[in-house]
Design a protein around this ligand. Sequence first.
Ligand SMILES: C[S@@+](CC[C@H](N)C(=O)[O-])C[C@H]1O[C@@H](n2cnc3c(N)ncnc32)[C@H](O)[C@@H]1O
Length: 340
Amino acid sequence: MDWRRVLEEIRVGRVGVEASMLASRYGYRSYMVERYLRILGYNETIKLLESFEKPVKPAIRCNHLRIDCEKLVDRLENLGFKLERISWSIHGYRVVEEPPSPTIGSTHEYLKGYYYVYRDAAPLIPPLLMVEPGEHEEIFDACAAPGGKATHLAQLMDDQGLVIANDIALYRLAALISHVVRMGFRSIVVTWNDLRLLPNRVKKRFTKILVDAPCSAEGTIMIDKSRKTKTTQEDLARIVAREIELLDAGIKLLDEGGIVVYVTCSIAPEENEYVVSKVIEMNDNVVVIKPRKRLFDWDHGLDAYNGMEFHWSVRNCIRIWPHKHGMIGMTICVIEKTKK
Ligand SMILES: C[S@@+](CC[C@H](N)C(=O)[O-])C[C@H]1O[C@@H](n2cnc3c(N)ncnc32)[C@H](O)[C@@H]1O
């Protein structure tokens, strides 16, 4: 996909005075604020920008296959951590208070593989939409490193299913392998491939695929303030062009009746509704479906933005907004290849 063509379609042209003033007050590229204003209006844009100024709490996923989760909570609370159950996640806890030491990623309990650490709770959502606890399935995690979602999927399947965890970056696969070994999973197979090349290289097709795409990470500004200015519109077009290629490859690896779950930690419609609409145009019999459960009161996808009309089904995508849901920004679309 040629990124220059993408740029022509997604470019935010005129930036208004309001956007320029807010961009300079909060330290953003003005096209980003112009985009927030067009989607959310003034008052909600202020709420979003303010929420990006506030830190988010880390979360952990208790590895119930290694330790009783109540015992883990007791042990961490004895070390000075305060944990809160995440109501919509069976093994997830928010770390609401931390002692000066150890850090949540350096306890004996962590090293023994009793839990996985996330910078925020939102990454717990996609695996919960893919398998019910106790189901035993085969899942292809196409962009898997460092393994938060791959190990979560394996855990939900009681380590009795099969997760093929693939990534293009060898150094990131090393981190994934260390989590797999630390947490003791035996149902994860690790592969090293460029997802974009796989549809032509392998005959195998899958019924469940996760494409957790490398994105602008615009939803994580509260964790990394450099994201306010890092991505130019040209950079964004290059990222979007790669996302289209990756999702298209994911769709091509799918069996009829199967699903691809497409995830970005970005709230940009260019990286989500636009990418998904393009890939739907490029493939027959593909549509975004409603996730099989609703974990909490999340938002739906956008129908249109910046003169672009999106495919009717992208309304079924899930949007997590920092100012509404108290988490990093994330977009999740469950895409089904329907039977002919
Ligand atoms: C958002 S991260 C994935 C996070 C991971 N799913 C998790 O939950 O820990 C995106 C990953 O995509 C990988 N990636 C980028 N281009 C790729 C490609 N062409 N094929 C496969 N993986 C790719 C990156 O190396 C990176 O590890």
